[in-house]
Structure formats: C-alpha cells, structure tokens
Design a protein around this ligand. Structure first.
Ligand code: EPU
Length: 417
C-alpha cells in the first residue's frame, strides 16, 4: 500500500507537460484487437490502467511490446478466452474487450467491468447496442455470455450519451454487415480519437464528435499507427493546482479547446489564466468570485474535473454550487475537504461550497481517482502537511505525478506503508 505526503503552501512555478489521455489510451488499446496487422500507439501514459490492459492482451495471446510511451500490439494470434474476473475488475475499460472480442470472434464471455466506486455504473446501453447489432446476451449474475451468428448494422438510440456505450457500439459496428447509426452518441474527444484510429485501420466512420455517428461495416481492418491525445483531465487538474498555488505555472502539450468548459469557468471566477496555442499559464489570485457548475457530457463541464475544482471553490468569496449530473455518488472528497477546513454541504446531487476557507494539512484518503486528485490539489495549497492514503487510485490515472509536481516546486513524497 502506498500513500503520498505533501507539505503544502509552496509556490508551483515552471512547466508541467501533459501526458497522453488515460481515457483515450484505455479504449485504443483494446480496439487494437480488431486489426489483423500490427498496431502502434504513441504517447501512451505509463499508468497502472495501461498495465492492466497489457495484462489482458498478453493473457489473450497478443504480442505486446512497450517502450517509452509506445505500445506495439500484434493480435494476429489471440485466442478468445474468458478474461478472469480478477483482471477485468481492475478497471472500467476492460469492457472494451467485450466489444472488440465480439466483433472479432462473434462470441465473448466476460464479467462486469471494474472502475472507481462513484455510484452504480450500469452497462445496459452497451448491451442494448450489442443486441441491436444482432447479438444474444445472456446475463448470469455479473457474467455475460454474448454471441452472434451474424453482426448486422442497425440504428442505435442511446438513452444517454454514454462514452462507453458509444465506443462499444462503434467497435462492433465496424465489423457488422451494412450501416449503423448511433444516435445521441457521446461527443468526447476520446470518441473522435477512436474513430480516427479505426478509420486509419480501414473502417468507415463518419460524424464522430457529433451526436450521430454513421458506420459502414468492413470485412477487414489493417495495421495502423496513432498517437494518444493529451489528457484533458490531467491538464485540468494541474491548471486548478496552479490557480490555487501557482506562479506562472505553464501547463504544456494540451489542446485548449478540450478544456474550454474549465478555462471559461475559471475566467468567470476571475482566475489569472492565459491561454496559448497548446499551453495555459496560470497563477494564484485572491478574491475569486463564486460560481455555479453543472457537470455535463462534452463539451459541457467534465464530471472528471468536478472533484478537483471543488478544492478551488473553497477559495472563492461566497457560495458556489456544484451539481453532479452524471454519477450518483461522486462527492466522497467532500468529507476530507471539510476535515481540512472547507465548509461544504451535500444535498442530493448538489454541493454548496461556502468560501473562502483556509485549508490545513490533515490525514485524508483518496476514495477514488478524481477524489484523490482533489486531495492532491487541496494539499498542495494547504498550510502544513497532508497525508493521502489509498493513493493507488491516483496512480491509475496520473503519469509521473510525483516527478511532475516535484519539478515545479511541490514538496511531495510517495511512501510505502
Ligand atoms: N450509464 C448508464 N448506462 C450505460 C452507460 C452509462 O446508465 O449503459 C450512465 C451511468 O450512470 C454511468 C454514466 O451514465 O455512470 C456515465 O457513463 P459513461 O458510459 O459515459 O462513462 P464510462 O464510459 O463508464 C468514461 C470514463 C469516465 C468518465 C465518463 C464520462 C473511461 C474508462 N472512463 O466512463 O472516467 O467519467 O466516461 O466522461 O473512459 C475517470 O477518468 O475518473 C472516469 C471515471
């Protein structure tokens, strides 16, 4: 078990280079199974979620080579084996293997995926898409046996713009006969990225990034090369840290458009933030204005930044409100922020943050990935020392977090306990 110890209230100054996006890499890697050739992906973050996917690919018999941010996958010899529950439970993204294996072998047996404990995370829209594309789904407790005599294109209307269901539907539809339309599709940059990747393999996908994606199935997908897009959530997390305790902190290798819902909200708060072509420079400023935030699918305010920004809301003069519309239970960070001195009340899916309050170092827990990120940014700005336990959650999603923060002046240490 590991924990992080942070001595807070040091100015963050210098440059942080953003890594490849976790939520894009974790879809591209399973999708590579669809290729009959060799797939090479660059800018892959070195995080434990990628290790878990590597483990699954290797278990299935793929030849996986990883070297300094590049992963090369040859899945020409993979076997359609049931992925053991203890591996699939390690991460949410294991469910992309459901669609990739179904598309490739027309049969898959898999367990319910894992992921952070932030409320019930059903996969009914994914299963609906599989059924509409011609598959039969048998559910036994938390195990799914999915088979198809033939995969045939269809119109799929998603009840909500689910990222996972959109990607899973795309992965199957590219190998289904005929045309598929996904309506009410998710529009996240990760969706565009996977569509570009599949099109490079020879798929025919139009409209990714809009709410209707059209796919015409093909018989074969070939070798290809792609690069993972910059991680907008990692970027957002460090930008928030910069607004809390930075001085000209430069966050580089970003796509500013991907974080516009965050940066415009921070401008509304009065944060000192300059946006360049592929970077942001941010400094701490006092007297921030309170704001209202509601999480939404892209291009709305990202749920994955909701917990980190709560730390910044504690610095605003007055009452900020934040409504979480995607997940039922994504406020596990609040208890610990309050322990550090914040004044936050939870009412259903809303929180009310009364500021400004001074944060002081305490012993806290990373209850999930983004709750942990919230604790890290809070601890960086807090007076005194904070210890964050269950830090493994954070290491799942933030590449070289200790090194990146140390380089800009943070006093942060990873400890084995
Ligand atoms: N939902 C359903 N049924 C479905 C699918 C979704 O009810 O079939 C509802 C659930 O409430 C679910 C919510 O919609 O919790 C969001 O689901 P979605 O499918 O959009 O999300 P996901 O694919 O499970 C990905 C990211 C999450 C990120 C969301 C939203 C990965 C591996 N995970 O999850 O990332 O919050 O999209 O943008 O890509 C994180 O990085 O901390 C994280 C949780």
């Amino acid at each position: 078990m590991k924990q992080i110890k942070i001595e807070g209230n040091h100015i963050l100054e210098g440059e942080i280079k953003i890594s490849g996006a976790k939520n894009s890499a974790v879809a591209l890697i399973p999708a590579s199974l669809l290729s009959d050739g060799i797939v090479k992906i660059d800018n892959v973050p070195d995080i434990s979620d990628v290790d878990a996917l590597d483990e699954i690919l290797t278990y299935l018999g793929a030849d996986v080579k990883r070297q300094e941010g590049t992963i090369e996958i040859d899945s020409s010899k993979i076997q359609n084996k049931e992925i053991p529950e203890n591996i699939s439970k390690k991460l949410r993204a294991s469910y992309y293997f459901m669609s990739a294996l179904l598309a490739k072998f027309k049969k898959v047996e898999m367990y319910f995926p894992g992921g952070c404990n932030i409320g019930s995370r059903p996969i009914d829209q994914t299963l609906k898409a599989f059924r509409l594309l011609g598959a039969e789904v048998i559910e036994e407790e938390n195990k799914y046996t999915i088979t198809a005599k033939e995969l045939i294109g269809n119109n799929i209307y998603l009840d909500m713009p689910s990222v996972g269901a959109t990607i899973n539907a795309m992965l199957v539809a590219v190998r289904a006969k005929g045309k598929t339309n996904i309506y009410n599709a998710a529009k996240e940059p990760e969706i565009v990225s996977i569509a570009t990747f599949l099109n490079q393999m020879g798929a025919k996908i139009l409209g990714a990034g809009t709410n209707r994606i059209e796919i015409v199935g093909v018989d074969k997908l070939d070798s290809c090369f792609t690069e993972v897009i910059p991680d907008r959530i990692e970027a957002g997390t460090y930008i928030i840290a910069g607004a809390m305790t930075g001085k000209n902190l430069k966050i580089t290798n970003i796509i500013p458009e991907h974080i516009e819902s965050l940066t415009t909200k921070m401008q509304e708060m009065g944060c000192d933030i300059k946006i360049g072509e592929d970077y942001v420079i941010v400094s701490k400023r006092e007297n921030l204005k309170p704001v209202k935030i509601q999480t939404q699918g892209y291009p709305g305010f990202a749920t994955d930044l909701q917990q980190p920004i709560t730390a910044l809301l504690t610095m605003c003069n007055g009452l900020s409100t934040l409504e979480e519309t995607i997940y039922e239970n994504r406020f596990n960070n609040v208890k610990y922020l309050n322990k550090m001195g914040a004044s936050i009340i939870i009412e259903g899916r809303k929180i009310f943050v009364n500021g400004p309050t001074l944060l002081s170092g305490k012993k806290v827990e990373a209850t999930d990935l983004r709750a942990g990120a919230c604790m890290v940014v809070a601890a960086l700005a807090a007076q005194g020392e904070t210890t964050i336990t269950s830090i493994e959650y954070v290491l799942r999603g933030y590449e070289k977090i200790i090194e990146k923060l140390t380089n800009v002046g943070a006093k942060i240490e990873l400890q084995d306990i």
